[in-house]
Design a protein around this ligand. Structure first.
Ligand code: HEC
Ligand code: HEC
Length: 318
């Protein structure tokens, strides 16, 4: 009687076990694969320092990574190579050496440059894009395309993104867009968020805090003379809010955001209403119709004020 069931039952169990083993084994395989681009969830995550090749161009890639992580030691006010930037590190904004999902990483750069950019109205190489951040986010001077430093930075960025198919932008790369609010972002509400959630690290005057060696920041500045200038990406509210939502207070991430969307927009409005170095932007956006909705300086192709472009609400403009 019972025997009749034993064989089918046994077979079912065996098949289930094999199936589970196969699924489990498959997962494991993706984790330890040779592939330098490991996926976290379904978001792009960059390879770490131990995956940089030991020989070949490994040394150059490692130097490029080091320049991203500790920019100030080489190019800051006390830099050993040149003194041409404000003392911030690329990594302050391109988190975890430009590898963190939604941490303004470099995942899509190798695959999408050279690329036409409306801001400059020209085809931009990776070198040009790096120098954009030098001159704006680091409020400094560009470095020569053939310099050892630029070659190394580009080698690192290309290595990080080398497995991303040309012309694609995987999920998790760059900054995650936040949904718009129906009202304008409010600097007064943002001031409260700042005092409660940001000030203990970034300082009462947004000035940040240097490390003991006085060469790099422990907490980078958010405004004032040593911060990014008015031409920088973070000076656009959508970039700041999207960055902060998924990364701040440090070390928040997109799995465990701390701020609500509204708090992120409002604190962006507060910080970007504070004084900072001014960049001459007369040559930006040669075709004003291509200005992004939150570009804070006129003239515009539409009739909305600078105030509304800067703080929103934006539904009507886009
Ligand atoms: C103050 C913050 C900040 C600092 C410091 C900074 N960047 Fe950026 N960077 C940004 C923002 C914001 C963007 C634009 C992101 C966007 O539009 O989604 C950007 C964009 C880039 C891009 C293009 C990314 C893409 O996918 O198109 C590259 C390359 C880059 N930065 C390199 C650098 C390098 C190299 C340094 C250091 C020399 C640096 N950045 C320092 C904020 C910063
Ligand atoms: C626990 C300390 C801490 C808190 C709290 C914190 N931050 Fe940061 N923040 C950091 C550190 C550290 C970095 C640089 C990250 C790195 O280099 O890896 C950073 C980087 C940044 C950057 C990019 C670099 C720059 O200086 O422009 C912005 C923007 C920023 N934080 C905004 C905020 C805002 C807004 C809040 C409050 C909602 C906040 N942070 C709360 C520690 C903190």
């Amino acid at each position: 009687m019972l025997r009749k069931y034993i064989l089918p039952l046994f077979l079912t169990l065996l098949i289930t076990a094999l199936l589970l083993y196969w699924i489990g084994g498959d997962k494991k395989e993706t984790m330890v694969t040779e592939n330098k681009t490991v996926t976290e969830g379904d978001c792009w995550t960059g390879a770490g320092i131990y995956q940089v090749p030991v020989d070949g161009d490994g040394a150059e890639i490692r130097y490029g990574r080091e320049l991203i992580v500790n920019t100030a030691l080489y190019l800051g006010p006390k830099g050993t190579v040149a003194q041409i930037t404000n003392g911030m590190n690329c990594q302050n904004c391109h988190l975890e050496a430009g590898t963190k999902p939604w941490g303004n990483n470099y995942g899509a750069v190798a695959a999408t440059y050279p690329r036409y950019r409306d801001r400059s109205g020209s085809l931009e190489s990776i070198e040009k894009r790096v120098n954009d951040c030098m001159e704006r986010s680091l409020n400094g001077q560009p470095i020569d395309s053939s310099s050892r430093e630029m070659r190394a930075i580009v080698a690192y960025i290309q290595w990080l993104g080398k497995e991303v198919p040309k012309g694609t932008r995987p999920k998790g790369t760059g900054i995650k867009d936040l949904p718009f609010m129906t009202r304008a972002a409010d600097p007064a509400k943002g001031a409260l968020v700042y005092t409660n959630t940001c000030q203990k690290c970034h300082g009462a005057n947004g000035q940040g805090q240097l490390r003991q060696d006085a060469k790099r920041y422990e907490y980078p500045p958010l405004w004032g003379p040593h911060s990014y200038n008015t031409g920088a990406g973070l000076y656009r509210l959508s970039r700041f809010a999207g960055f902060v939502k998924n990364n701040m207070p440090n070390p928040a991430n997109y799995h465990t955001p701390v701020l609500t969307d509204e708090e992120a927009w409002d604190v962006a409005a507060f910080v970007n209403a504070q004084p900072r170095p001014v960049k001459d932007l007369r040559n930006d956006w040669p075709d004003i119709r291509t200005k992004p909705f939150d570009h804070p300086f006129g003239p515009y192709a539409d009739s909305l004020s600078e105030q509304q472009h800067k703080f929103g609400p934006w539904q009507k403009t886009k």
